[in-house]
Ligand binder design. Structure first.
Ligand SMILES: CC(C)(COP(=O)(O)OP(=O)(O)OC[C@H]1O[C@@H](n2cnc3c(N)ncnc32)[C@H](O)[C@@H]1OP(=O)(O)O)[C@@H](O)C(=O)NCCC(=O)NCCSC(=O)C[C@](C)(O)C(=O)O
Ligand SMILES: [Mg+2]
Length: 352
């Protein structure tokens, strides 16, 4: 048997480290906003932007040049102290460099020792299997003990390789530190040998075509979503483990419509949020990952019609039962969480 015993699973991995969480904190995480922390100009915007995002992330990995890794790490620690993240309810995360890089060890030790009180989640890139999570888990526990932290730091894994995809269930279940998983479509595409140079989104050549028309007229065709399988599988792995799934990056910053559509598909399939790489993507994520007011009003009608969640009811011509009650509860609970943060949406959800 290679699994830990149920009792040991929830024991701290180092003497003096905080006990792992049994349940994830319930937080609104519609967008994880990526900041390049080595750029003084962008870092200076952090305090003003902090209240407008659900999660702010200091990125230390890809997109940060090799000669700016130390500056980015120092900038991340500065960001940790630029805002009262814990007090004001915006998540503060950092994406560190991969485990096999020359920067991982220092990224994690500096963050935990110097910014651990503010840091909610460490995002681990290119996770291949549970062994990566186990290594980081033990290392962070040692550092948490040294820093005297009382609240454990959580982990978020990015799926960026075929192996990571094939082992997504094992990764999701690897540790009580696991908070969620995001898709990493650029690295994943390269590793799978997909033939695309895009970061997420569709591709004009990936389509289905109608059968031939008898009159020989042109056949209609439509683009399909090359990420559908990957996202659906990631959602199942995450929800099995009681953690959250996230879309990831959409790299065509200028194509706001395609960005919105990709985000919406991920939201409908079960994702809790996405990444925003540019300020323009924050509003899109906020809109898409907050439930539609009409859906919320309908969901609440279902809950009101079946107060104990059982039986059958007809609402607006549609059959409702125990299962639709659960669907309605997902939407209503999310609306409650959004309403705490957004007074306009709170009003829209209360209408009707
Ligand atoms: C794309 C870039 C270069 C365009 O940056 P730009 O300066 O050319 O854009 P802009 O439209 O001119 O910017 C307008 C204003 O917004 C600011 N701004 C712009 N971006 C941000 C931001 N993020 N946060 C806060 N402010 C931002 C920018 O500084 C400027 O301010 P100004 O009007 O005062 O001059 C820039 O947006 C950026 O660096 N974004 C983050 C990129 C990033 O983190 N990439 C890595 C994540 S994706 C990934 O890693 C893949 C994955 C998972 O690994 C895998 O699929 O494998
Ligand atoms: Mg990547």
């Amino acid at each position: 048997m290679s699994q830990k015993t149920p009792r040991d699973f929830f024991k701290p991995l180092a003497i003096g480290a905080p006990a792992p969480m049994r349940d994830l904190p319930i937080r609104l995480e519609r967008m994880i906003h990526f900041v390049p922390p080595h750029l003084d100009k962008v870092r200076a915007k952090v305090p003003d932007m902090a209240g407008s995002v659900d999660v702010m992330l200091a990125n230390l990995e890809d997109a940060i040049p090799a000669d700016a890794k130390d500056a980015a790490r120092a900038g991340a620690i500065e960001m940790a102290n630029m805002y009262d993240w814990q007090g004001k309810g915006t998540g503060f995360w950092s994406r560190v460099n991969p485990l096999n890089s020359p920067w991982f060890q220092e990224d994690v030790s500096e963050l935990v020792l110097k910014a651990g009180h503010q840091l909610d989640v460490i995002m681990l890139p290119k996770v291949e299997g549970p062994w990566d999570i186990h290594f980081a888990d033990q290392y962070v526990a040692q550092l948490e003990a040294k820093a005297g932290l009382t609240r454990p730091i959580l982990f978020h894994a990015i799926l960026e390789t075929a192996q990571g995809m094939a082992r997504v269930e094992e990764i999701a279940l690897a540790s009580p530190r696991m908070q969620g998983i995001s898709l990493g479509p650029a690295d994943l595409a390269a590793d799978r040998k997909m033939k695309t140079t895009r970061v997420g989104g569709g591709h004009p050549f990936y389509r289905v075509i109608d059968d031939p028309n008898e009159d020989g007229s042109p056949r209609a065709s439509a683009q399909q979503d090359p990420w559908h399988y990957t996202i659906a599988r990631m959602v199942d792995a995450c929800r099995m483990a009681g953690i959250n799934a996230f879309y990831g990056p959409f790299g065509d910053i200028a194509d706001l419509d395609a960005c919105e559509q990709q985000f919406r598909n991920a939201f409908l399939l079960g994702c809790s949020g996405t990444w925003s790489l540019h300020p323009k993507q924050i509003a899109i994520a906020k809109n898409v990952f907050s439930p539609d007011p009409k859906e919320v009003v309908f969901a609440r009608k279902i809950l009101a019609a079946m107060p104990d969640g059982s039986g059958v009811a007809m609402i607006d011509g549609k059959m409702q039962d125990d299962a639709t009650w659960k669907q309605a509860k997902v939407i209503s609970d999310l609306a409650d969480l959004v309403a705490e943060k957004d007074p306009d949406l709170a009003k829209a959800y209360a209408a009707g």
